[in-house]
Ligand binder design. Sequence first.
Ligand code: 9WN
Length: 412
Amino acid sequence: MTTTDVVTQRAIDVLKANDRGGYTIPTDGLYPYQWNWDSAISALGIAEFDLERAWQEIETLMSGQWASGMVPQILFHNPATGYFPGPETWRCDGPVPSSGISQPPVAVTAARLIWEKNPAQGRDRLNALVPKLRAWIDWYMAWRLDDQGAIFTVHPWESGRDNAPDWDKAMARIDTSGVESYTRQDTKHVNSAHRPTQKDYDLYVWLLQIGRSAQWDDAEIARINPFRVSDPLMTFITLRAVRDFLHISNELGHDTTSLNQYIETLEQGVQTLWNPDISAFDSRDTSSGEFSGSISCGSYLCWYAGVDHPGMRAQLQNALAVSKYPIASYNLNGEAFDPHRYWRGPTWPCMNLLIGLGLAERNVPEEPELRARIRELLATQGFSEYFNPIDGDPAGGKSFSWTAATWLYWAR
Ligand code: 9WN
């Protein structure tokens, strides 16, 4: 067996070990349930060795969809211990016990990519998913679209980048003094210096309480939730999802009403996230209109969304020059940079997978170099949750599903 074969077998073993029967958990212990965008990325990896099981991953995720069209961030299919907040804290009543917020809609794109591996075999399964994927896209456009055409998040957990510096200014304006008492579980599994701070968690729980007091009603949340930050990552991933869904709908003969309008709106929206002061796509607080001043891994998803930008190409070249293992979750020269703390500096291979797909599709010449760096990182350090961008030191959960999937689908 070659080294590549050995690492590939290890990646398959990780995904199989994290399989809980119809869905894949991100990692044992730290995250014992089904997470939305983790499952989408895991499904891409699973599709490399078991196409049927890859479809099932997406189908199980969509089984948790609410009547509103929202697809939850976490589905608590089976009782488990060791994670906070669980279903008893969220108190939602969807078809499957769940959290009350969503996550970036990578699953729409994953459905297209899995289908393309064998269109004849996947046709019926994709046809059955189409109305659900459509309802989720419509929900995003109804409830998460700002007045400039960008997608915002109402909770850092919804963005998927929990403690990113993108939210710092918006968070600083919120008084969390009414937060209920709670016990964190995450720091029992991993080093607390690598996790969000207590202050971050107070805000996460406080925002959860807001949603719960609105009984998770979208209109009421829109009225009372003070946290609303437009995010390049969410906007790029949604734009990409709509483009892929339009393609699927055309190919399979489904209704395409409004989809071109959505694309036009989001294309305009992403341009409003360009911050000339840092020469990058940036997050914007919808209440103050202020940019966060953050160059993040989300900034580099422009190509994934079909958007080229010479300024981001320059950023990409710089990122390859200043760190051994790019693209980091946050710019190494940024004032909030911390190489260990979660979304404030470490490199997340799963984000590089999405960035890399976009670079490859747009024929950006730096793609092979980026892929080679991540390949080396995973082959030598294994499938951890995230890594120090400077020395590649692994951190967070071990045997992580979407990291293994990154190897199988892209890096190997
Ligand atoms: C909250 C599962 C998830 C990822 C997120 C990542 C982290 C959860 C947490 O883990 O967030 O969703 O409790 O820290 O930030 O992107 O989906 O891997």
